[in-house]
Design a protein around this ligand. Structure first.
Ligand code: MTE
Ligand code: MO
Length: 336
């Protein structure tokens, strides 16, 4: 998510986590014998698809009791529908984009420990019949959680396969009942510079904002995630509540959500507002539409390094062709 007219923003080799960085981190974890915490936790019963994914998992963050209970009661995925290797937890939780904590790939993991995610409030409002202010626990109480194993593709051309854990965004729409005037749903991230050091900089216009058309939001693939890899979300991955839209570039999947509003007009979302020629409102994964500064034909599957980039071909809608009807009247080159 790098901007043309910022010198600090050109993709640097150092932004790609090097093999040695991975190895030294792993060595550190072994020495600190933290690596065993997650594996040793009896609460986690790992399905077959997860084999190996936790190998070097180092983080076992405290999870509020109510959330741990809900997670334990979730519908566990019986198989991995992507048929692709699950990205190790270690990679998915240390190579992140979350500019609220800095623009470097390891900044979110390094600087998000102090973010307080419990208690957490979610406000639902705008053009809907059932607005409300909720504690997160009450907000998600009606919904049964489940694992959803999805490919996830960043506009920067790296990707991963992650077992997210959550419930359908469509459930929220059914509960909030957007009025006939509503056409978009707008999401807002927490603004709390005291705990989000990146917000003390002008890296982005804060707070981070994203949006979907209502029919996109109702698609059963769109997920509200409260966890990943069978546990609660680490702060760097958007705790305690984030969006996952697997057929769109990762920047649509907004983290640490505090507000959900229904609007009549398309909001100016964060990256669209910053660089409209580079980041469109739709941001559907499309190998045929290049970013102005790089091709989108391929992607580097995490974990990777400069020495083994692990390239795979990018698929239209990230392989989720079931969403194609949402866009059948649109020129995907124009509405990118
Ligand atoms: N609030 C907020 N949400 C965000 C971002 C961000 O900087 N701030 N980065 C986005 C981008 S560009 C990507 S690729 C994904 C990365 O999610 P991950 O770190 O869990 O892989 O989060 C998205 N959501
Ligand atoms: Mo991204």
């Amino acid at each position: 998510m790098l901007i043309m007219n910022r010198t600090s923003s050109d993709p640097k080799p150092s932004e790609i986590t090097s093999e040695s960085a991975y190895n030294s981190r792993r060595a550190f974890l072994k020495n600190a014998s933290l690596g065993s915490i997650a594996l040793g936790s009896g609460a986690l019963s790992l399905p077959a698809w997860a084999a190996g994914a936790y190998e070097s998992a180092s983080v076992d963050r405290s999870t509020p009791a109510w959330l741990a209970t809900k997670i334990a009661q979730r519908k566990v995925a019986s198989s991995n529908p992507t048929g692709e290797t699950i990205t190790p937890y270690e990679a998915a939780s240390t190579y992140n984009n979350f500019y609220e904590f800095g623009t470097g790939k390891s900044d979110p993991a390094n600087y998000s420990d102090d973010l307080v995610t419990d208690p957490w409030k979610v406000q639902v409002g705008g053009l809907c019949e059932n607005p409300g202010n909720y504690q997160l626990e009450d907000f998600i109480k009606p919904y049964k959680l489940e694992d959803r194993i999805y490919r996830f593709r960043c506009v920067e051309a790296w990707s991963m396969v992650v077992p997210w854990l959550g419930f359908e965004l469509a459930d929220i729409l059914r509960a909030a009942k957007p009025t006939s005037k509503a056409r978009f749903v707008k999401f807002t991230t927490l603004e709390r510079p005291s705990q989000m050091p990146g917000q003390k900089t002008a890296a982005l216009d804060w707070p981070y904002i994203e949006s979907l058309r209502l029919d996109e939001a109702r698609h059963p693939l769109a997920l509200m995630a409260v966890g990943m890899y069978g546990r609660s979300l680490p702060n760097q991955n958007g705790a305690p509540l984030r969006l996952i839209v697997p057929w769109k570039y990762g920047f649509k999947s907004i983290k640490s959500i505090v507000k959900i509003e229904f609007t009549n007009k398309a909001p100016i979302t964060t990256w669209l507002g910053l660089a409209p020629r580079e980041y469109g409102f739709y941001a559907n994964v499309n190998p045929a539409v290049s970013h102005p500064r790089w091709s989108q034909a391929r992607e580097r599957r995490l974990p990777n390094s400069l020495f083994s980039p692990n390239w795979v071909d990018t698929k239209l809608f990230n392989g989720y062709s079931e969403v194609a009807p949402l866009y059948k009247t649109m020129d995907l080159k124009k509405f990118f």
